[in-house]
Design a protein around this ligand. Sequence first.
Ligand code: GLA
Length: 654
Amino acid sequence: MKNISKALIVCIFLFSALTLTAQITDTVWISSLDLSLATTGWGEKGINRSCMGNPIRLNGKEYKRGFGTHAPSLLYIKLDGYVQRFHATVGVDDEEKNSTGSVTFSIYGDGELLCKTSTLVSGGVSEEINTNIVGIDTLLLAVDGTADGINYDHADWANAYILVKKGRPFSISRPMEPAYILTPRAPATPRINGPKIYGTRPGHDFIYRIPATGNKPMKFSVKGLPKGLTVNKTTGIITGKTAESGRFETIITVKNDVGETSRKFTIVAGKQIALTPPLGWNSWNCFACAIDQEKVMAAADAMEKSGLADYGWSYINIDDCWMIQSESDDPVVGGAPRDENSNMRTNKKFPDIKALTDYIHSKGLKAGIYSGPGPRTCAGYTACYQHEDADALQFAKWGFDYLKYDWCDYERIAKDHSLPELKKPYIVMRDALEKCGRDIVYSLCQYGMGDVWRWGAEVGGNCWRTTGDITDNWNSVEAIGFGQAGLEYYSGPGHWNDPDMLVVGKVGWGPDLHPTNLSPNEQYTHISLWALLNSPLLIGCDMTQLDDFTFSLLTNSEVLDINQDPLGMQAARISKEEGLEIWARNLEDGSKAVGLFNRGMRQEQIVLKRSILDIPGDYIVRDVWKQEDIGSLGDSYAAVVPAHGVKLLRIYKQ
Ligand code: GLA
């Protein structure tokens, strides 16, 4: 008996000791968590592997365990409170040793930054992380790209583990606020939306659909139209050609069963078009090369039926992959790139491109096309090199109203990136467009090389991309959007900075689409900032699958009014304190549009001081998204702004 109880005591002691030890030293490997809940910029979510499925290697050393990912990447882990430390060795995987990958690794505990590495680069050193995480409820492991974009950013959390005292950490999806709609419904009475000023060139086809919300049917009339232009009373589509040049102050009137409204609409017939930033849709961010003629027609239908066209959205732009890919064996896209007269041919996914533009125009909408100065486009399809005049004429004959002209493959033609070489191909196409006899918005796409904003207007650009390609995550939208500070001097009527297309709604760059990875707050930031920046607004989602929230983001008439303001003054950053930024711009009516942005991970109060706006007298503060006055400005106005969120205001005189 004695022996038995002795043994029992020993067992209990051993058991307790073991349990205690296990409690203190339990090691939970990050790679044992459900990594499918992580987000990554590219490739696999590597379980004990790199994002390309190779063994994890940093600085020549191979690691058995770890999480291989690609910037930007987020992994949220729920801890049980009894967790002690997080450990990892981090860096850019050796599979990109000779590339230009560069990343930072950050760890957040309940929204607070706990530690951040220096910038770690391809072939460079790795860093050890060993952080105390006692008392933290939610841990976030984040990898961010740097200013050079996310190419080659293969990032490893090697040998990554959590030391646990009790309980078991588990990964969770990114915590996100539910989608909340701020935009009020449009009233039943008629309201005229869209730009207040519009440019055309004398002698060219004119097409403009008056955007108006309210009960349908409506009756439209316009007083003071220049000779040659007429309005269709039932559709509100103005067409024709004006031979005269000059400034025509017209008055549009719209009536329906419950009311009538009128608004001034200035038509300027002269040299300049795109007097306000183009509003429309582009096929790339949703379909990329999975685009075809039916999808473009469906987009035009959706723009009309959803009601987007009633807010001024008007361009339906085809991006890459409509032409022949001569190297391809696929009979759908392969074949001879040009016909016997050297005219560019479409591939079989676009059987009748003229019928397509006619269809788009029949709705009063406009059509856009894509090409580039090189022999090929970015996706390897036929482009304009050495056929510029003929191609510009062809685009005009087909009835296109917008040309996105993408540098890409011209890289192998250009001698270097000197200014004359960067400008050259854009001048060639500008001259070709000038002779083509049609108003075609000329959109330069060369990702900002040679500070294109300084000379984009000089080479005829109506807008120019200031950055590389956007993707649907905070890292990309934040870097691009807030990176526009200082470019405000170069944007104005007829020539706009273009920080790339919108990534709200269902996007995907290919046949498979997914809801944007931006949270609702981030989407408000994206649209507010792009509106303040005078950016061309090109919807990048599948408009046939618009949900109510996305629709509300795209149809706030007061937000769009900021973007379309006739003064065309791009917002400047007027204050920056850590992640809290204030951006402001003057509007034509003497008011100011102001964005209070919180780039941080926690809700913050942002104070707008009257002194930085330099406005004497009594001013009213208006919440633009809610379309509601909040009160008078006083010496300052303070708003609580959610993480990654915005408060968009208009400050106007009483
Ligand atoms: C580049 C552009 C994109 C898109 C693709 C098409 O990447 O920046 O916007 O047009 O080419 O291949």
